[in-house]
Design a protein around this ligand. Sequence first.
Ligand code: AMP
Length: 418
Amino acid sequence: MVLRSSSRARFGRPLAARPRPVAAAPVDEALSTIIPEPVSFSELALSVAMQNTVAELGYTMATPIQAGSLPFAMAGRDVIGQAQTGSGKTAAFGIPIIERLDPRDGPVQALVLCPTRELAVQVHDELTRLGKRHELRSVAIYGGDSIGRQMEELRQGAHIVVATPGRLGDHIQRRSLTLANVRVCVLDEADRMLDMGFAPDVERILRQCPPQRQTLLFSATMPEWVRRLALRHMHDPETVEISTRPEIPSEVRQLYVQTTWADKTDALAQILDQPDVVMALIFVETKRTADVLQAQLGGRGYQVGLLHGDLTQRERDRAMQQFRASHIKYLIATNVAARGLDIDDISHVINYDVPLTPDEYLHRVGRTGRAGRAGVAVTLITPSEILKLRDVEKHARTHIEPATLDEDFPALVVSAEA
Ligand code: AMP
């Protein structure tokens, strides 16, 4: 795309801080990390207006994902940022968008795709805060809200559109917006978009954006589809990977229980019967396991909520609300669907399936023991899975104790180490 000369001058500003990859402690290759050097916003080549805005927001030091990706994104490069919610990734793409767009170029210059309505609203709010000194208008469009009102908002002109893929598709069909002028496209929480079933919509939308646009992709994990998406739709992307390993608080007891495939649901039921189980989050690897397990537990009289990507937004909201309000004690979730589920009262995290990676283990277990409370994390393993668990334990640099379930009395007994 041809950039206006005024914009080009802005793009050409020298960038003060370049992220320098630093060798992290020796870790497994899958966890290798680029650690950007700490950098303050005043060292980054931002406009005075943006410097003032971030200062007003109380941001002094750039977070690692910001320090790592901002220089590349500001230079117009495609970036893959591997970072979690809460890492400051909205400003990591929001600042370059706001700095690089020109209000005179009209709508729609930047498109941010988000997996959920909540995230779309959050991103729109942050962009509005960051853009308060720039004459750019952001509009959020998402399902479950009046399409007529959104069309009216779009008619008033939107330089930036923050959207969920399904609803964006509706607007494109109704011709209430066009993607022909998009210069920057952001895929926020790409792995979650996959989990929510948005993969075909995302691909279709990307094909409708001008091919020479800049693409910024953020994802906490890198499933195959996300890798393929990057290969197919990005130009020579720079990858910034931030390790956001949650520390497991010492108040969290980490246990594993050996069982068999046939007895797994029995073992789970015995754990759920423990008197100290106040609120339990049960992790499974697939949506199918989640459905089957809910039916099995339901058949045994347990009222269990369900959270996975094949459910509608309304169903997911309902499950979360019921769990949060303690109307249901147990919630079955797939990894990605449970992201953003920050509830301080979760007493137990149960890994019905052994997590596939150390990071997945740490993120699941990090859902308990929040706000200084005690918590228990129990992983169920079948005999052949002990090595898998040991591997997770080693690379997550943590310790998981063996425990047994008493046959006669449903007590979870921590065994002496072998
Ligand atoms: P995000 O991951 O974008 O949802 O950001 C998480 C929170 O961190 C938000 O409340 C942001 O306002 C805040 N935040 C983002 N960047 C910074 C920064 N550099 N310093 C302090 N807070 C920040």
